[in-house]
Design a protein around this ligand. Structure first.
Ligand code: PBG
Length: 344
């Protein structure tokens, strides 16, 4: 007998296996699927990272992040209006500092007229009720692309912390609502909290990049802020080893003790296990950063017709909620918000 002549297999007696226990019953109809759904994604879960560049009238595409732009400060208000209209609660700012302003000490970080400070003021001037999250780290300002000050090949911890405190104060003065240190120096959360309090910024929140891994998935971000070209070596002496999980809990515990109001796990998708452990252990506001490389992967595959980009976007964002995240920093924020509001 050849294959196509085989008789159709006889229906198995599945009832004898499952008894009455049929999981598919709840999945039959849309209303039922909605009714038993365990997690929801809303616009309130989205934080939108935005890139800034010098000049005026500039909206410059980032080649490795299709759909993502760098905006000059005069163009930022329009983006904020869009975000506010969509109900996105907060945006996060990252500068592409002009190469001529980068030096070994990252001194541009302490210039009250730098891109971030000017953008904060421009956003506050819109009067729109949206949170401004600012990045505290020196990498967009240093000629070597590291998040801290260097001596030889060493990233100096304590000297860097002093500079980060000054940077955070400047940002708070410019109108930042949430200070988000992404540098991974030891002790910076406590030092920044003390600095903010002493200067009267008791209400400025801190979202700590508590468990930030030394990851390959930051590549496109480094294109966007212009540090790929300059980075000397790698960041493994301060960012976490991707092999570690218990260590993430230790990092989070310290940052919470030092005064972090919210904590973050970064990258996102490859680290959902860390988000779950952090949320279960500390029960505190926990955020995920769906980083540039995760965005680029989905966009590249979608661009090639290899997957349905919109579905992959929504599924990946829901996965963060399922893992326990209270919110997600994502370059998909405006697109996902439009989708969630039924506008697209
Ligand atoms: C640096 C910083 C990085 C990101 C946010 N802040 C990159 C790095 O550590 O080199 C990455 C964000 C992304 O990839 O989307 N302080």
């Amino acid at each position: 007998m050849t294959a196509h002549q085989r008789p159709t297999p006889k229906a198995h007696d599945v009832d004898s296996i499952v008894g009455g226990r049929r999981m598919r019953r709840n999945r039959r109809t849309d209303w039922s699927r909605r009714m038993v759904r365990e997690n929801t994604l809303t616009v309130d879960d989205l934080i939108w990272p935005l890139f800034l560049t010098e000049g005026t009238g500039i909206e410059q595409p980032v080649p490795s992040m299709p759909g993502v732009m760098r905006y000059s400060v005069d163009k930022i208000a329009r983006q904020i209006e869009e975000a506010a209209e969509l109900g996105i609660p907060a945006i996060a700012l990252f500068p592409n500092t002009d190469p001529s302003l980068r030096d070994a000490d990252g001194s541009e970080a302490l210039n009250p007229e730098n891109l971030i400070c000017r953008a904060c003021r421009a956003i506050k001037d819109t009067g729109l009720p949206i949170g401004i999250v600012t990045d505290v780290a020196l990498d967009p300002y240093t000629s070597h692309g590291h998040d801290g000050l260097m001596k030889g090949e060493t990233i100096l911890n304590d000297e860097t912390v002093a500079q980060l405190v000054a940077q955070a104060l400047l940002q708070a003065e410019a109108g930042a609502d949430v200070i988000a240190p992404s540098d991974m120096m030891d002790g910076r959360i406590g030092a920044i909290r003390a600095g903010l309090d002493a200067a009267g910024y008791r209400d400025v929140q801190i979202m700590s990049y508590a468990a930030k891994y030394a990851s390959a998935f930051y590549g496109p971000f480094r294109d966007a802020v212009g540090t790929n070209a300059t980075l000397v070596g790698d960041k493994r002496t301060y960012q976490m080893d991707p092999a570690n999980s218990d260590e993430a809990l230790h990092e989070v515990a310290l940052d919470l003790e030092e005064g972090a109001d919210m904590i973050m796990v970064k990258p996102g998708m490859p680290y959902l296990d860390i988000i779950r452990r952090v949320k279960d252990t500390f029960e505190r506001p926990t955020f995920a950063y769906q980083v540039s490389g995760e965005y680029a992967m989905i966009m590249a595959a979608a661009g090639n017709g290899w997957l349905d980009g919109e579905r992959a976007m929504m599924e990946s964002l829901m996965a963060f909620k399922r893992a326990g995240a209270d919110g997600v920093l994502t370059y998909f924020a405006p697109r996902a918000a439009r989708k969630l509001k039924g506008l697209d």
